[in-house]
Design a protein around this ligand. Structure first.
Ligand SMILES: Nc1nc2c(ncn2[C@@H]2O[C@H](COP(=O)(O)OP(=O)(O)OP(=O)(O)O)[C@@H](O)[C@H]2O)c(=O)[nH]1
Ligand SMILES: [Zn+2]
Length: 346
C-alpha cells in the first residue's frame, strides 16, 4: 500500500490522486522522475530511489514527471502534468526540449552586476507564463553591491507586481528569504544564465557545502558526450529544487500567450490602438506609440516584446512543419505495414 503522506513531500497532490482509477489505488507504484539520462531515469517512490530503464513504450519524459509503475517496476503510464517547461531545442534542431514538469515556482536568477539584463528576465517571464508557473526574480550577489534597491527597482520597472528577492547566494540564511516558495511538496525550478549563482544558491538551500551531482555522461550515437545534468533535490526544510544548467540558448516557441501575459501592459495599451491589427510602428492612432512618446513605456521593452513575438512565430512555424512531416511519415509507415501484412496474408 502506497504511503501517500510520504509522496506528498515529493510533490504528490490531489491533482495526481484523481488520475488513479479505483483498481489502481492498491496495486500501482507512483514514482517521480528526479534525474534523467539517455537510457535510464532515476525515480523516487514512497520508500526508495531507483533506476528505471527507458523503454520504447514511454512517451517523452522529463524531470518532475509522475509515473505509474506496476509491482514489477514496469512502466504503466505518465500522469498528466499540471505545468510543463519546454523550449525549442538548442542549435538547428527543430524539436521541443522538455525542461521540467509539475513545477510550482520559477526562480529567475540574475546577478546584480554587469550581467543584469532586463530583456533576458522578460524572456524567462514569458517562458514561466507559458508554463503556467509563478515567477519570482531572485537577484544574487547582494554582498557585492552597495545599492541592491537600485536593481530591485530596475526589475520592478518591468512590472510593478513582480516578486523580487535580493540575496547573497553564498549565505546559508538565504533560505529564509525564499521560504514563501520552498514549502513542503512544492517544486521550484531555477532559470538563469551561466554564472549567476544557481548552483551556489542550490547548495546554500541544501544546507551543506555539497557540490550538486553532475549529470552522468553517456556517449551519444555520434560518440560525443551528452549531459542533461538536471536533478530534482529535496530540501531539508521541505520543497524540491531543480537546477537547470545549459540554459544559455533559450529560444521561445509556441509561447505566444506566455509572451502576451508577460507584456500585459503593452497588450492593454494596444487595446486603445485605432486598428485592431496595429503593429505599433507608425500607424495613426497607435496608443502604444503614444505611450512611448510620453515616456510611459520603455522603448527597450517594446522592442523586446516585438522581438520575442517574432522569434516565437518563426520557431512555432518551424515546429508545426516538423510535426506535420512526422505525422505524414507515421501515416506512411502504418500504411506500408498494413499493406505488407495484406501481402503476407495472401
Ligand atoms: N559574492 C557572491 N558570489 C556569488 C554569489 N552567487 C554566486 N556567486 C559566485 O559566482 C560564481 C558562479 O556561481 P554558480 O553558482 O556556479 O553559477 P551558476 O548559475 O550555477 O552557473 P552555471 O552552473 O554555469 O549555470 C561562483 O564563483 C560563485 O561563488 C553571491 O550571491 N555572492
Ligand atoms: Zn498600435
Amino acid at each position: 500500500m502506497t504511503n501517500f503522506h510520504i509522496l506528498a513531500a515529493m510533490g504528490w497532490r490531489p491533482f495526481f490522486q484523481q488520475q488513479l482509477t479505483l483498481e489502481e489505488w492498491d496495486c500501482v507504484i507512483p514514482v517521480r522522475v528526479t534525474e534523467q539520462h539517455k537510457s535510464q531515469l532515476t525515480v523516487v517512490s514512497d520508500s526508495h530511489t531507483f533506476s528505471l530503464p527507458v523503454v520504447p513504450s514511454m512517451p517523452a519524459l522529463v524531470v518532475g514527471d509522475w509515473l505509474l509503475l506496476n509491482e514489477q517496476h514496469q512502466f504503466l503510464r505518465l500522469l498528466e502534468r499540471y505545468s510543463c517547461f519546454k523550449r525549442k531545442s538548442a542549435g538547428t534542431g527543430n524539436d521541443w526540449q522538455l525542461i521540467a514538469a509539475n513545477v510550482d515556482t520559477a526562480f529567475i536568477v540574475c546577478s546584480m552586476n554587469e550581467d543584469f539584463n532586463p530583456s533576458r528576465i522578460e524572456r524567462y517571464l514569458a517562458l514561466a507564463e507559458a508554463a503556467e508557473v509563478e515567477p519570482v526574480v531572485v537577484l544574487t550577489k547582494a554582498d557585492l553591491t552597495e545599492q541592491p534597491e537600485q536593481w530591485i527597482d530596475n526589475v520592478r520597472s518591468i512590472n510593478k507586481q513582480l516578486q523580487v528577492v535580493a540575496l547573497n547566494a553564498l549565505d546559508s540564511s538565504c533560505a529564509d528569504a525564499l521560504s514563501d516558495w520552498l514549502k513542503p511538496g512544492s517544486t521550484v525550478v531555477m532559470l538563469g544564465s551561466s554564472g549567476v549563482g544557481k548552483s551556489t544558491l542550490a547548495n546554500s538551500l541544501l544546507g551543506e557545502a555539497r557540490q550538486l551531482t553532475q549529470g552522468i555522461r553517456e556517449d551519444d550515437a555520434k560518440g560525443r558526450h551528452t549531459t542533461t545534468g538536471r536533478s530534482l533535490f529535496p530540501l531539508p526544510n521541505g520543497g524540491l529544487i531543480l537546477d537547470t544548467p545549459g540554459m544559455r540558448e533559450l529560444q521561445l516557441a509556441d509561447c505566444h500567450d506566455g509572451i502576451v501575459s508577460a507584456f500585459a501592459d503593452i497588450q492593454q495599451l494596444a487595446e486603445g490602438c485605432r486598428f485592431a491589427d496595429c503593429q505599433h510602428h507608425s500607424e495613426p492612432g497607435c496608443a502604444v506609440q503614444a505611450a512611448l512618446a510620453q515616456g510611459e513605456l520603455d522603448p527597450r521593452r517594446l522592442a523586446n516584446y516585438k522581438k520575442l513575438l517574432k522569434e516565437d512565430e518563426l520557431n512555432s512555424a518551424t515546429l508545426a512543419e516538423k510535426r506535420a512531416k512526422d505525422k505524414a511519415f507515421t501515416r506512411f509507415v502504418n500504411y506500408s505495414q498494413k499493406e505488407s501484412r495484406k501481402f503476407k496474408g495472401r
